[in-house]
Write a protein that binds this ligand. Structure first.
Ligand code: FMN
Length: 236
């Protein structure tokens, strides 16, 4: 969660039983960094670093987690209009996973064709393949489900074919505070990529429901902000 999930925050939630944590999202190229600046200007929480500072910053955040929890896997969620800075970030020594953000829906990010607008790029497959080929960490692609005009299963196939290791799927149902279970089942049942199911998890029952859909793993965002999860993540 941009502006929230730094190393200090993640070190506090790891004891709840998570085995992977995600830093960011961070903006890596000039266009997305400028967009982040504008997001902060209108008062929304956001990480903002200059172009020559951002990768060293992520590296120091990764080290803050690894120094305390060497066995926890660390992912960094990043945005860039071009693939090169993402490949560069994947070379951070102890970073386990680089996650391409095709999910953000803030106007400043979508206006430059980034975040969820990436799903409409005709060169999306190429963009992801270039990162997969150049990356020195595993590659995850985070997407939002049910984006207007986008067939989520079709995008899932593109991401799988491009060679990404994980599809991190925010199975948002735009009409309710709940995941789109039918879509989640459809994507898991018709792809072989490791799907990390996400959206609205606030109970052990919902985690089980995600596994029943066929996910490889699950992630929780808003539910961890309170630091008050009423179930043990390590049970799953
Ligand atoms: C304040 C806030 C900031 C977020 N920032 C990011 C981000 O930078 N990158 C990203 O991929 N998702 C971001 N998300 C989306 C969450 O990671 C997650 O996909 C979404 O909230 C649904 O999961 P949840 O129901 O467990 O919260 C953000 C969500 C919130 C509430």
């Amino acid at each position: 969660m941009a502006g929230i999930t730094d190393a200090e925050f993640l070190n506090k939630v790891i004891p709840y039983g998570f085995d992977v944590v995600t830093l960011g999202g961070y903006s890596l190229d000039e266009k997305t960094i400028e967009a982040s600046r504008k997001i902060i200007e209108r008062g929304r929480k956001e990480f903002h670093f200059e172009i020559d500072e951002v990768i060293p910053h992520i590296e120091s955040e990764v080290n803050l987690i690894k120094n305390k929890y060497p066995d926890i896997r660390v992912s960094a969620n990043v945005r860039s209009t071009v693939p090169e800075p993402i490949i560069e970030a994947s070379k951070i020594e102890k970073l386990d996973i680089i996650e391409i953000n095709c999910h953000c829906r803030q106007d400043e990010i979508t206006a430059i064709g980034c975040g969820q607008e990436m799903l409409k790029r005709p060169d999306l497959s190429d963009y992801i393949s270039q990162i997969v080929d150049g990356a020195e960490s595993e590659v995850s692609v985070k997407i939002r489900a049910n984006v207007e005009g986008i067939d989520t299963l079709d995008i899932a196939h593109k991401i799988e074919d491009a060679g990404a290791d994980y599809l991190h799927l925010d199975a948002m149902d735009p009409n309710v505070f709940d995941a789109d279970w039918k879509l989640l089942r459809n994507v898991c049942g018709n792809t072989d990529i490791k799907v990390i199911g996400n959206n609205s998890i606030d109970s052990a029952e919902k985690i089980q429901k995600m596994y029943d859909c066929g996910v490889y793993g699950f992630s929780i965002a808003r539910g961890v902000i309170s630091g008050n999860l009423n179930f043990n993540i390590a049970d799953f």
